[in-house]
Write a protein that binds this ligand. Structure first.
Ligand code: ZN
Length: 269
């Protein structure tokens, strides 16, 4: 009996300590993410001072300006091997104060050099973070994937104002979501519908574009934008900080490579 009571006490203590550590971590995460912003004294120029342990002053940072004539067309690049399933569910939508983010359940993934990167979440920057020949699109969507080693691969899609997009209409059905609010969605979402028909891309090695700016990101930026309606841009804009994008970072000798399906076709002939 004594042994039994001790087991219960021990299990309770263990449960409490686990809860405490989970709460502690999420509190820390909140404090951490509350600290930096996109303007003023906590804006991007100050991220390094605020986030002492970050890579924000590193030499392989993102985003960058892609100069198309400098991008190296490479025969060794392959089409992005995308495995998005129409029955994978979006678990929830959250407004973390920096962006609107949709968290996905496991099931969507891409394969890069034989390694699987699982889709974790998608979020938005308005206006775009990457520029192409100095041109900044009104909206950039980031589809964030991670492998088992926690290396990141982000597919970035630019959006132009134009025809309304059906998947965006779905995503926006769950708005508004206000700062620090989370809403459970648990509905199927076919991410394929958000991709441009032409999957040609630019790729380079860079970083997260938000603190801690970790330099473990392979970027894949689709050359072809999708269109969303002005209304759809505005809805997101109203809920996110104004201009939630980081400015262009120095290339520091990095090479941007370009994949083009037409070149691959001729190369194989
Ligand atoms: Zn992003």
């Amino acid at each position: 009996m004594k042994h039994f009571l001790f087991s219960i006490l021990f299990a309770t203590l263990l449960a409490c300590s686990q809860n405490t550590s989970v709460n502690f971590e999420s509190n820390q995460a909140e404090k951490h993410s509350d600290h930096w912003t996109y303007s003023g004294e906590t804006g991007p120029q100050h991220w390094t001072e605020i986030e002492k342990q970050s890579d924000c002053n590193g030499i392989r940072q993102s985003p960058i300006n892609i100069i198309t004539i400098d991008a190296v067309e490479s025969d060794t690049l392959e089409p992005i091997d995308i495995h998005y399933d129409s029955h994978v569910r979006i678990h929830e939508i959250t407004n973390n104060g920096h962006s609107i983010q949709y968290n996905f359940e496991k099931g969507d993934y891409i394969i890069i050099h034989g390694e699987q990167f699982d889709l974790k979440q998608i979020h938005f920057h308005e206006a775009a973070e990457h520029t192409i020949n100095g041109i900044r699109y009104p909206l950039e969507m980031h589809m964030v994937h991670a492998n088992e080693k926690n290396q990141i691969a982000v597919l970035a899609i630019m959006a132009l104002e134009g025809q309304s997009s059906e998947p965006f209409a779905f995503l926006e059905r769950h708005l508004p979501v206000f700062i620090n609010e989370k809403k459970t969605i648990d509905e199927d979402f076919d991410l394929n519908l958000n991709l441009p028909d032409n999957r040609d891309y630019f790729t380079y090695s860079g970083s997260l574009t938000t603190p801690p700016c970790t330099e473990n990101v392979s970027w894949y930026i689709f050359k072809t934008p999708i269109t969303v309606s002005l209304d759809q841009v505005k809805q997101l804009q109203d809920l996110m900080p104004i201009n939630n994008y980081r400015d262009e970072q120095a290339l520091n000798g990095r090479i941007v490579r370009a994949y083009s399906s037409s070149n691959a076709y001729f190369a194989s002939k």
